[in-house]
Ligand binder design. Sequence first.
Ligand code: RB5
Length: 156
Amino acid sequence: MVFKKLGIASDHAGKDLKKTILEFLSEQGLEVIDFGVDCNSTESVDYPDYAAKLAEAVSNQKIDGAIAICGTGIGMCITANKYPSVRACSVWDEYSSRMSREHNDSNCLCLGSRTLNHYRALDIVKIWVETPFGGDRHRSRLDKVTSIEQKNFKTN
Ligand code: RB5
């Protein structure tokens, strides 16, 4: 496994898929913290609140990876990428999952509960947690991403 400690969260749209993924990862023996324990009903909530909890924990190195689920995965992805060091990827199939790890060293997997069935989502998750970063030419490209982040996310 690539990750030692994962976080997971969803909005109301993703709560059932979150439960399925949590059970699957626990069966695999992975430590997973649920950052959305207050979001387990169908009551409508706002995805940025949950993406922020997860992304902040990745950014502060409290966890080394996160799985964020909303209707499309897109809102979670947009929000999570506002945090330093977070490389959130909205992934839709097995290939994009593998590439997000091998090429982009993704540390936040964003999934759409309304675009994926649970079987496919679990295949995506399995690949994502098992695929190491490829390094090499991909590292220098990610270094460029980091320098863009440092230049543009300056707060002072
Ligand atoms: C909620 O209806 C929906 O907008 C949200 O789950 C997500 O898809 C946003 O990107």
